[in-house]
Design a protein around this ligand. Structure first.
Ligand code: VG1
Ligand code: CO
Length: 606
């Protein structure tokens, strides 16, 4: 016990603060907003108050974040508030760091799933630093983001809060060092003193243990050690860095030089920690996809990046971009053969509504159900808990499975490495490793269809997929920081066209609506989840407002067009921007985007 006399609890009077409604994934605001007096405390107390006190008392919680500015002082405050609210134990990742999927894994698995839930401190892919974004969200015992029922309750509580409870400042823990600290803390209601423990845990350990059960690390290691297989990973100065170094370098034997930007920084080095072709420029240049990249320089065979909290991923081949919608479809197509975790097949798959229907085609071929849910990972949780779905994805660079209840960036990278390992010969568990030992430097095994020892690369895998299933050309336009009134006008203009228009140029509209979702497990309904125009040839354009921005409004415009396999290679391999141009113009016309927002171009195209 660090203080035998016990740590007193303070009851601090407070008032509701406007605007604490969690969005797509928690509460995200500018750091300066979070720095307002009582701002964080109000939200945390409102979360505790939304949980049944009998479950909270004596429970274990996880508190960690992606390392952005304000993470450490926030961890310290939440720990003191947890103590005051009767929580028995808090697990904190070393340095306050833990990736979002790792928090999910710790909640679900550490000590047999001892944790009751956790707070994740992140604004994910949004920039960090004193003038950028901070965020917080609560995850439940299944390791997934709180469902809407709970986030609505938390929000209701923030509108009525009058006090919060916090242990005295003498409750201090050095979160840079692994270890356990135990305190005697006064209980807010009984006034009695009880034991409270903070354990600083290795941020990678539990997560790594889980990954080892999912993947064949021997086969992955053999691939990464092949001299003709170069790999580049961009941690974007987020929390992915320590995981990448531990998993790719220490566990799998990749050279340390494969890790780019793998030191977490409070401001992510000044960039957007968002793994897409615009913001992951270091990786994009490395992979030969940059504006000024040489067309002939040698580039790695495989590249990947994660976002600030390491739940998103981008997958690249040499001079080749894999759309996230294709990525999840290709993982689904290869899962059974390439990934031990899926050896008995997929239970079902799911995608968010705006994500392309590439996954649906694979599901159909495999005879499994494909669910279409609103944007945001929380909607996948119920399906997974109910055993209906084992793999899911979002067009926004999110991919994952039912091993946790968050999307998982590093998991997705290992899924692709597994497909590459399988396609390059590691067909049986451990075979890759054995061959690498017997004949180092030689091609580990046989090429897919008995070809030569030439490395099968990402581009070939994707093109083969298109040849079999067809290609869903896809693009997303983001208009960031639009004045809210203008964004609302775009949405109301689109709404007024629902059911009213039957054709734009040569595109015939089959159906237009506002997407509404009824959860098949608990029957809950989520309405107003995006406006859709569905065309007779299977093309779609979709519009919705972002729920993760911290200021102004972001309009997202999603455009998808399907080309069947029999269209032939020329059409299937066409440049996506060119192929989609007519449909993009239809979307711009329908929304009067330029006219109403005054924006000639979107902020980001992915
Ligand atoms: C965006 C994406 C969505 C994703 C969410 C959280 O939401 O579109 O697909 O689930 O971010 O991602 P929105 O509402 O801004 O479109 V992240 O990496 O926070 O965890
Ligand atoms: Co994220």
């Amino acid at each position: 016990m660090s203080d035998k006399s016990g740590i007193p609890v303070k009851v601090v009077p407070t008032k509701p603060i406007d605007g604490q409604k969690p969005g797509t994934s928690g509460l995200r605001k500018k750091v300066t907003v979070f720095q307002q007096e009582h701002y964080l405390e109000n939200f945390v107390q409102s979360s505790f108050d939304a949980l049944p006190s009998e479950s909270l008392t004596g429970s274990t919680l996880v508190v960690s974040g992606d390392g952005r500015y304000l993470t450490k002082p926030s961890v310290a405050k939440i720990v003191r508030m947890a103590a005051a609210n009767g929580v028995g134990k808090v697990w904190v990742g070393r340095g306050g760091l833990m990736s979002t999927p790792a928090v999910s894994a710790v909640i679900r698995n550490r000590h047999g799933g001892e944790a009751y839930g956790g707070f994740i401190l992140t604004a994910s892919h949004n920039p960090g630093g004193p003038h950028e974004d901070f965020g917080i969200k609560y995850n439940c015992g299944n390791g997934g983001p709180a469902p809407e029922k709970l986030t609505n309750q938390i929000y209701q509580n923030t509108t009525k809060i009058s006090q919060y409870f916090i242990a005295d400042e003498s409750l201090k823990v050095d979160i840079e060092k692994l270890g356990t600290s135990t305190f005697l803390v006064q209980h807010r209601d009984s006034g009695k003193f009880g034991q409270f423990t903070v354990e600083v845990i290795d941020e990678v350990e539990d997560y790594l243990k889980l990954l080892r059960k999912i993947y064949d690390f021997n086969a992955l290691s053999a691939l990464l050690r092949r001299p003709d297989f170069k790999f580049a990973f961009d941690g974007m100065h987020g929390v992915a860095g320590p995981y990448a170094k531990r998993i790719f370098v220490q566990e799998l034997g990749a050279p340390e030089s494969c890790c780019l930007n793998c030191d977490p920084k409070e401001d992510f080095g000044g960039g957007h920690p968002d793994p897409n072709l615009t913001y992951a420029h270091h990786l994009v240049d490395t992979m030969g996809l940059g504006e000024h990249s040489s067309a002939t320089a040698e580039v790695p065979a495989f590249g990947a990046a994660c976002d600030g909290d390491a739940d998103r991923n981008m997958i690249l081949g040499a001079r080749f971009f894999v759309t996230p919608s294709d990525s999840v479809a290709i993982i689904a197509a290869n899962a059974k053969e390439a990934i031990p975790y899926f050896r008995s097949g997929l239970k079902g798959v799911a995608r968010s509504m705006p994500t392309s229907a590439a996954l649906d085609r694979v599901a159909e071929a495999k005879g499994v159900k494909c669910y279409e849910v609103p944007t945001g990972w929380k909607f996948f949780g119920n399906l997974m808990d109910d055993g209906r779905c084992s793999l899911c994805g979002e067009e926004s660079f999110g991919t994952g499975s039912d091993h946790v209840r968050e999307k998982d960036g590093l998991w997705a990278v290992l899924a692709w490495l597994s497909i590459l390992a399988y396609r390059n010969g590691a067909k049986k568990e451990g075979l890759g490793d054995k061959l690498a030992k017997i004949a180092p430097g030689l091609h580990a095994g046989h090429k897919h269809e008995g070809g030569s020892g030439k490395l099968v690369i990402v581009e070939e895998i994707v093109k083969e997929h298109w040849a079999k299933y067809g290609r869903n050309f896809y693009t997303r336009y983001d208009y960031e920081n639009v004045e809210s009134a203008k964004a609302d006008k775009v949405i109301s203009t689109l709404k007024s066209k629902i059911g009213e228009i039957t054709q734009v140029r040569h595109f015939v509209i089959d159906k237009s609506d506002e997407f509404s979702y009824t959860d098949p497990v608990d029957g809950s309904i989520s309405a107003n989840q995006g406006i859709r125009f569905l065309f007779s040839d299977g093309s779609r354009v979709i519009f919705r407002l972002s729920g993760t921005g911290s200021s102004g409004a972001t309009i997202r415009m999603y455009v998808e067009q399907y080309v069947a396999p029999d269209a032939g290679p020329e059409k299937l391999h066409a440049d996506a921007a060119k192929a989609l141009e007519p449909l993009v113009n239809v979307a711009l016309t329908l929304s009067k985007m330029k006219e109403l927002t005054g924006r000639e171009k979107p902020t980001v195209i992915t």
